[in-house]
Design a protein around this ligand. Structure first.
Ligand code: SF4
Length: 326
């Protein structure tokens, strides 16, 4: 299988006159065509910053890539001219945000919004009639009767609105779909439906996907590979099998699992682990998890751990390097 996305040693900061936030630190990741990667971690771990960097939607004044590279389908995302990037955005990479209301325009009908998305990326030169037909098809695809296309976003329920957002994201048949907590703002009963729909469409369209979530249940149901983020770093990376069935884990991942009574139960939301994530403007010099880690050793406070790799599974922690030396 070929790699569609290759991220190497990526670091991203937000810099103002007052402070520098180290949001993404030295991230290396890749995604194969058709695969789904789960990006897991607490709020503030850097998941959304990573997604915005992939879309090149970082806040212009403050957000900055300080090192590393992102190669998407052979092109270097970090330094593409904006005009070219605009074609990739929406056409090749689409993103679904947490709150559907923020990505919908309240004064346009849902039909008009899907048509607009199709027109922006209309390389095929579709006629008006063809675009209208495609709007109907897209709505039907997400389970909305095409007759409702002349309604406005506020006339839809939360779950239906998120379906509209998904319809817009998928209307141009992107190669990569980034879903940032796509069901968090929805009722629990609707969450499962919307998730099932995303999964079904992904399988039908062959879309690759990055699923950002703090819900391990969603990861278990959706993802081929899992990356756990903490304080801007990937601290554990592996196949879903590595993460869900192996016993060797980063102490932070262990903490995440310990807070889960049962993956099949309804309460799969991550419970907070004791302590707080470190201040991103002033990260610890050794392991970034050291202040909260029950297994912290002297070396952890001084030296940032290297990544330990065992087949498809990698963990950023001194424990496993020590194990090897013993
Ligand atoms: Fe804990 Fe040390 Fe491993 Fe960090 S490197 S997670 S402090 S054991």
């Amino acid at each position: 299988t070929e790699k569609m996305l290759d991220i190497k040693d990526l670091s991203v900061i937000y810099k103002t006159d007052l402070e520098t936030v180290y949001a993404v630190n030295d991230v290396t990741l890749s995604l194969e065509k058709g695969a789904t990667l789960g990006l897991v971690g607490e709020t503030g771990a850097g998941k959304t910053t990573l997604a915005l960097t992939l879309m090149r939607l970082l806040p212009e004044r403050t957000g900055k890539v300080t090192s590393g590279s992102i190669t998407f389908e052979g092109e270097s995302i970090v330094d593409l001219p904006e005009a070219h990037m605009r074609k990739i955005r929406g056409d090749k990479i689409a993103m679904i945000f947490q709150d559907p209301m923020t990505s919908l325009n309240p004064v346009l009908t849902v039909g008009e919004q899907i048509a607009e998305a199709l027109q922006v990326h209309n390389e095929a030169g579709r006629s008006k009639e063809e675009i209208e037909a495609r709007v109907d098809e897209t709505l039907a695809l997400v389970g909305i009767p095409p007759a409702r296309k002349s309604e406005y976003p506020h006339q839809f329920s939360g779950g239906m609105r998120q379906r509209v957002v998904i319809a817009i994201a998928l209307s141009c048949e992107p190669d990569l779909l980034i879903a940032d907590e796509p069901t968090t703002a929805l009722d629990v009963t609707i969450q499962a439906q919307v998730l099932m729909m995303i999964r079904d469409l992904r399988d039908r369209l062959g879309t690759s996907m990055i699923m950002i979530t703090h819900d391990l249940g969603i990861v278990a149901q959706t993802c081929d590979n899992v990356a756990v983020m903490y304080a801007g770093e990937i601290i554990e990376l592996g196949t879903a099998e590595d993460i869900f069935t192996h016993t060797k884990h980063h102490p932070y991942t262990d903490g995440l699992f310990a807070s889960l009574p049962n993956l099949k139960s309804k309460t799969t939301r991550l419970q907070p682990i004791a302590g707080l994530m470190p201040d991103p403007t002033n990260l610890p010099k050794g392991c970034k998890f050291a202040p909260r880690c029950g297994k912290c050793m002297e070396i952890c406070k001084e030296v940032p751990p290297e990544v330990y790799t065992d087949g498809t599974h990698s963990i950023r922690c001194h424990l496993f390097h020590q194990e090897k030396e013993d």
